[in-house]
Design a protein around this ligand. Structure first.
Ligand code: FES
Length: 129
C-alpha cells in the first residue's frame, strides 16, 4: 500500500520522538515499578507514588519513574528495578513506601544500593532457612 506524504511524515515524527525518548532514558536513572495485577494487589501503587513524591521533593531531574507489567516473580512483589547507566540493574523486592524513602536517599541520591532490600538478599535468606 502506498502511504500518503502526511502518513510518512507522521511515521518519521514518531520515530524521532521515540529516539529522543530513548536518549533521555539512557542518560538518567530509570526506576521501573511492576504494576501487574499481583503487583498492585501486593501494594505497588503506594510504592510508585512514594517514588514520584520523593523524586519531586528532592527535585531530581535525571530520574524517571515508569511502570511495567508482570516481572514474573509474584511472591516478591511489589518489585522495583533500578537502571543506572553503565551499572548493573538492581532489583528490589517486597517494597513498601517506607523502604522507598531509604532507597531514594541511599541509592538514587548517593549511589549505594540498599542490599537488604534486593532480590539477592531475599534469596540468600530463603536458601539459608
Ligand atoms: S502475575 Fe505476579 S509477577 Fe506476574
Amino acid at each position: 500500500m502506498i502511504k500518503s506524504i502526511q502518513e510518512l511524515e507522521e511515521i518519521r515524527k514518531k520515530a524521532l520522538e521515540e529516539l529522543e525518548f530513548r536518549k533521555q532514558q539512557g542518560e538518567g536513572i530509570r526506576i521501573v515499578v511492576g504494576m501487574a495485577t499481583c503487583g498492585i494487589a501486593a501494594g505497588a501503587r503506594p510504592v510508585m507514588l512514594k517514588f514520584v513524591e520523593e523524586i519531586q521533593k528532592r527535585n531530581l531531574k535525571n530520574v524517571t519513574v515508569v511502570q511495567t507489567g508482570c516481572i514474573g516473580l509474584c511472591k516478591y512483589e511489589p518489585i522495583v528495578e533500578v537502571y543506572e547507566p553503565n551499572k548493573e540493574k538492581v532489583t528490589y523486592v517486597k517494597m513498601t513506601p517506607e523502604k522507598v524513602s531509604k532507597v531514594v536517599a541511599e541509592h538514587i541520591v548517593n549511589g549505594k544500593p540498599v542490599y537488604e532490600y534486593t532480590i539477592g538478599y531475599e534469596e540468600n535468606k530463603e536458601a539459608n532457612k
